[in-house]
Design a protein around this ligand. Structure first.
Ligand SMILES: [Zn+2]
Length: 468
């Protein structure tokens, strides 16, 4: 019997198989947005066991375990051992059928560890032992895994006050995989909590060496850090937000808002939105000046379970899709930059799939012929990072824009075995196109061009788009 993950997994037609094996699979990986801890790479972290690798911070798995009736101590518990957590995860895996976790889990077992067995309570101990033994070998270290997956470039996610010491150390050392920072100034915009914000601004002042007494000092300090990020090879910015901010404001309003929050007073809703609007706009101009790409991740509502948030904190699997009215503000944000010819390369990611067509048509308004694919509709993100979500994104982009110019997949992950998601994406992409060719919707006589298109979406487009 064929193993579950075999070489033609997800590839339903001969054309899909040809496209995947000949054009997609050999391409290196450019992971232009992830949340890996650069310290793990700089120190070449060696994982002790599969439980540590898989369950230390994976909120996707924790969510599935909770839904399967597993007690919280086996998810985020500090007293529970890696094996105990893994055992409960193995118990859950058969119940994840049709959830992407079922595919991801077995793809990781196969592609990282060459394990063909299905994970379940019976196989748990054996798989744990085999994989953990491998993980303790040098070729399965953090760097070893990156090399194993043929990774060429990764971009981590970093705060403006970060020292970037690990990125710098890796560059000095000449590590062959490019590990670049990404500018993520969410905290510089987080004026909801005046006390926390003051602390942040004080730290920003310290690391930038710019004394901050007013709003223009704040921008000067950020600009100083933006330059520093650029010197360490940063090519992208990223913003996480509920919805795009594009309110009108005057400079005197902004000065007053900054003085108010910096002075420890709470801001009104209107003031918060005005402040976020100018910060987003000013940051976008800095990105444009440097030729960076800005990324917008929007549409999430976070920490929705108060009881469990109080117990286990943020980013633990209690977030979900929001439903915001975004089109007008997104248009205002982009148009205000474009009208001054300061709109930089942009990727927009939505969390709610109801916005797929909205974004695919919105980016079309700002494709200005200056380069191919200047405005991008980002790959299926977070809850949409699964077969149906990816296909929906690829179809919306195909119907309303140019799929051939798409910069493709990213992992958005904290795990060193998540690179199989690029393979997952490439198989889904090749299958979609292969089906079109088989049905006569695309010409079989153009296989050379279609193969090039697959290669471009898998690798070449990202490589040239970001100037890596
Ligand atoms: Zn992310």
């Amino acid at each position: 019997m064929k193993h579950f993950i075999h070489e033609d997994f997800l590839l339903e037609t001969d054309v899909a198989k040809e496209l995947y094996h000949q054009y997609a699979a050999p391409q290196p990986i450019i992971d232009y947005h992830c949340h890996l801890d650069p310290a793990y790479i700089a120190n070449d972290h060696q994982f002790d066991n599969l439980g540590e690798l898989w369950l230390e911070s994976d909120h996707y798995k924790w969510r599935a375990m909770r839904a399967n009736g597993i007690n919280e101590r086996y998810c985020t518990g500090k007293e529970t051992s890696d094996w105990e957590k893994f055992e409960k995860w193995a118990e859950t895996v058969p119940y994840t059928m049709r959830n992407p976790l079922y595919h991801w889990t077995h793809l990781e077992l196969k592609t990282a560890f060459d394990v063909d067995e299905l994970l379940n309570p019976e196989s748990a101990k054996h798989i744990f032992d085999v994989c953990s033994e491998k993980l303790r070998k040098p070729e399965f270290s953090a760097r070893g895994l990156m090399k194993h997956y043929n990774v060429e470039v990764i971009c981590t996610t970093d705060d403006p006050i970060d020292s970037l010491e690990h990125h710098i150390a890796l560059q000095k050392e000449g590590f062959e995989i490019k590990v670049l920072p990404t500018w993520r100034p969410d905290k510089a915009m987080a004026v909801e909590n005046a006390t926390e914000y003051r602390k942040y601004v004080e730290k920003l002042s310290e690391v930038s060496g710019v004394e901050i007494n007013n709003f223009s000092d704040l921008i000067a300090a950020l600009r100083n850090r933006h330059d520093f990020f650029s010197s360490v090879g940063c090519k992208l910015s990223d913003h996480g937000m509920e919805e795009p901010y594009a309110e009108d404001y005057t400079q005197s309003e902004i000065d007053a808002i900054f003085n108010k929050v910096y002075g420890g007073k709470s801001l009104s809703k209107e003031e918060i939105v005005k402040f976020k609007s100018i910060m987003l706009h000013e940051g976008a101009i800095m990105d444009w000046e440097k030729g960076w790409t800005q990324q917008i991740h929007y549409g999430v509502i976070r920490n929705n379970n108060t009881r469990l948030f109080n117990k286990v904190g943020a980013d633990t699997g209690f977030d979900s899709m929001g439903d915001f009215t975004v089109a007008k503000n997104m248009r205002r944000f982009l148009d205000k930059l474009d009208i001054n010819d300061k709109l930089t390369k942009t990727i927009i990611y939505n969390l709610n799939p109801q916005d797929n067509e909205l974004i695919a048509t919105m980016i079309g308004n700002f494709q200005d012929g200056s380069m191919a694919g200047k405005m991008q509709f980002g790959s299926g993100w977070w809850f949409l990072d699964q077969k149906t979500g990816m296909e929906a994104q690829l179809n919306s982009l195909s119907n309303l824009g140019l799929l051939s110019r798409f910069v493709g997949m990213l992992t958005d992950s904290r795990s060193f075995t998540s690179y199989q998601r690029h393979e997952y994406f490439r198989r889904i992409l090749c299958n979609l196109i292969g089906n079109d060719v088989e049905k006569g919707l695309l010409p079989a006589s153009e296989m050379e061009f279609i193969g090039k298109m697959v290669k471009d979406i898998s690798y070449n487009n990202a490589k040239s788009f970001f100037n890596f």
